[in-house]
Design a protein around this ligand. Structure first.
Ligand code: XBP
Ligand code: MG
Length: 260
């Protein structure tokens, strides 16, 4: 049976609950700076999150919601410039400590490191955002703990397409059955499952109501010994928080099922 060799971690919603009070605020700051009276409410942003990728999300908003606006001749260039401004706002917020890690994330990453488990990141978000979050919310230099930071535009198709996970597997030279992915959204689960990677879900503030069929288990967070997780779906026995022993049990069960 294939042993667990690596954890592949999603970023937004998984490492940090970064969408509502992070990315959404950064988008609105960039819109205001550009003289646009676009303001994405938490509710509207929840709808827009169906589209992965900040540039794609802005383009979708323009096309689908038709805000008052004279589109420039070079619309892709305009969207890219707006997105660069948004990323600058977001990374500044991260560096100011606005985006703490979710419960259990630091504990699990440190346990994986001391156990010699390999680590990778597979995310739709931009590289600058990942670097800032790891360096300022996890630990200085921690981006080097990950063998691959598979981010954003490095692949043609974003989540729910499996491309970003296939890219990470290829760069790590690992088969999917040697890994467990950690995700927060149905788009992310679809991407990881599309790459045939067993996937554990910890829902975020926007994704609790989504469907997670095929996940190893669905939890509200990774939990801490003093703050146990809530089990939303799946059988995790009497575990109270996600540690490597639980990840290995869930992984072994999934690989065993796939082998049958
Ligand atoms: C979440 C996303 C990203 C972020 C915004 O990524 O879909 O687009 O919402 O970041 P994941 P960018 O859950 O895969 O980490 O503006 O840099 O895209
Ligand atoms: Mg996510």
């Amino acid at each position: 049976m294939k042993e667990l060799e690596a954890l592949l971690l999603d970023v937004d919603g998984t490492l940090a609950d970064s969408e509502r009070d992070g990315h959404r605020v950064a988008f609105n700051l960039a819109f205001r700076e550009a003289g646009l009276d676009w303001a994405w409410s938490p509710e509207l942003y929840g709808e827009l999150l169906a589209v992965a990728g900040g540039k794609e999300r802005i383009a979708h908003y323009i096309e689908r919601y038709r805000p008052p606006f004279d589109p420039p001749r070079d619309l892709p260039g305009f969207v890219a410039a707006l997105h660069r401004a948004k990323t600058a706002h977001y990374t500044r917020m991260v560096k100011q400590g606005a985006l703490p890690l979710r419960p259990g994330v630091r504990r699990l990453i440190m346990e994986a490191r001391s156990d010699g488990l390999r680590l990778g990141v597979a995310t739709t978000t931009s590289p600058d955002n990942v670097e800032a979050l790891l360096e300022h919310s996890l630990a200085p230099g921690s981006s080097r703990w990950f063998e691959v930071l598979a981010c954003g535009d490095v692949v043609p198709a974003k989540k729910p397409a499996p491309d970003i996970y296939l890219y990470a597997l290829e760069r790590m030279a690992l088969p999917p059955e040697a890994c467990v992915a950690l995700e927060d959204s149905e788009n992310g689960l679809a991407a990881a499952r599309g790459a045939r990677i067993p996937t554990l879900v910890t829902v975020s503030s926007y994704t609790r109501g989504q469907r997670f069929d095929g996940a190893l288990a669905v939890l509200d967070t990774l939990g801490e010994p003093a703050r146990p997780f809530e089990v939303i779906a799946g059988d995790v026995g009497d575990a109270r928080c996600v540690d490597l022993a639980l990840v290995r049990r869930l992984h072994a069960r999934a690989v065993d099922r796939q082998a049958r």
